[in-house]
Write a protein that binds this ligand. Structure first.
Ligand code: ZN
Ligand code: ZN
Length: 326
């Protein structure tokens, strides 16, 4: 591996006017949800997390869902929701710089929005993700935010995971993720962090250098079923591993993706064993290596940092300069 394998700009916070900062509430579309201090009423300051519709949404909530065929292609209109979750009222804090109780509030906001959107029968899936830094897709916004998109379909990558988990369960009658976790915790080679409720590993055959996956230890298919204690422990482990990533690589861009189950709707033959076979998790994907024609053409990812080495770096056993020299 060479240090030239890494290409990224260190995260730099822009200081121009920001609609997501506290006191600028009137500059966003009307608020959908917020967690505020007791006695403080909306729509002004005094919040810790605030959710608003995206002012330039990729999907719109209004209208009927229309699906049609054009030849053998399936077409669907862009019905859905695209919301922005401001994770903090402060412009000068990234997610890993927030206190545990503040990150817990962000997680509570994710859960509250997912539960609310479940009531919309047109929607099948809620996608929650975060783009931190320019190479991760956050071109114009420096404020620490997450995106939430409610979709009328289950995304293809999630569906592939669901099918793999369902097929494994059909043969073994066990959750594939529980089996992976048992092996990884016993083995320890790719283990990065652990607390009472969560484990973070560098996944086997990681696609991205320093990729991490955070799993709940107890089997559960749905993110929104966490207990208050689990919410706090998720906040703790996210803060810990994001701080380590930041420290190890010096402010890398990354994407954070929640991989949750779809809404359970009553449809014959539809994911009958999903509560037993799927295990929700969070993926953290540093964007520090360029994706080239090889990756697009082959679907394989060239990752110059083996996950075992990434785990040692992120566990602070080996410095990244030593890794670059290996
Ligand atoms: Zn701001
Ligand atoms: Zn499981």
């Amino acid at each position: 591996m060479q240090s030239s394998d890494f290409h990224f700009k260190k995260f730099v916070r822009e200081t121009k006017f920001c609609p997501f900062c506290e006191t600028n509430e009137a500059s966003t579309p009307p608020e959908i949800f917020a967690i505020r201090k007791a006695g403080v009423s909306p729509p002004g300051p005094g919040w810790s997390v605030r959710v608003v519709p995206n002012s330039a949404p990729r999907l719109r909530i209004e209208g009927e869902l229309r699906a049609r065929a054009e030849g053998f292609h399936d077409l669907m209109n862009g019905v859905g929701a695209h919301e922005i979750i401001a994770e903090t009222p402060r412009h000068d804090r990234s997610l890993h710089e927030l206190e545990i109780h503040e990150i817990s509030d962000v997680i509570r906001a994710y859960i509250a929005r997912r539960v609310d959107l479940k009531g919309d029968r047109r929607m099948r899936y809620v996608l929650i993700f975060k783009n931190h830094g320019q190479e991760a897709g956050s071109h114009t916004i420096s404020h620490s935010i997450s995106h939430l998109m409610a979709l009328p379909v289950t995304p293809r990558t999630v569906k592939t995971k669901l099918i793999t988990a369902r097929d494994y369960f059909a043969v073994k009658e066990r959750c594939i993720y529980c089996d992976v976790l048992q092996q990884e915790r016993k083995d320890g080679k790719r283990l990065i962090a652990e607390n009472e409720d969560f484990v973070t590993i560098a996944p086997f055959a990681s696609r991205f250098p320093f990729e991490m996956t955070v799993f709940p230890k107890a089997h559960n298919s749905a993110f929104s079923c966490m207990s208050p204690g689990q919410v706090e422990n998720l906040a703790k482990i996210l803060r810990e591993v994001l701080q380590r990533l930041n420290h190890t690589l010096g402010g890398p861009p990354y994407n954070l993706l929640l991989q949750d189950r779809p809404f359970l709707r009553n449809r014959a033959g539809y994911w009958n064993t999903i509560e037993e076979d799927f295990h929700w998790h969070v993926e953290i994907l540093p964007q520090i290596a360029r994706i080239t024609g090889f990756e697009w053409a082959s679907g394989f990812f060239y990752n110059p940092v083996p996950p075992e080495l990434a785990a040692r770096c992120l566990s602070c056993e080996v410095g990244v300069k030593q890794v670059a020299a290996m």
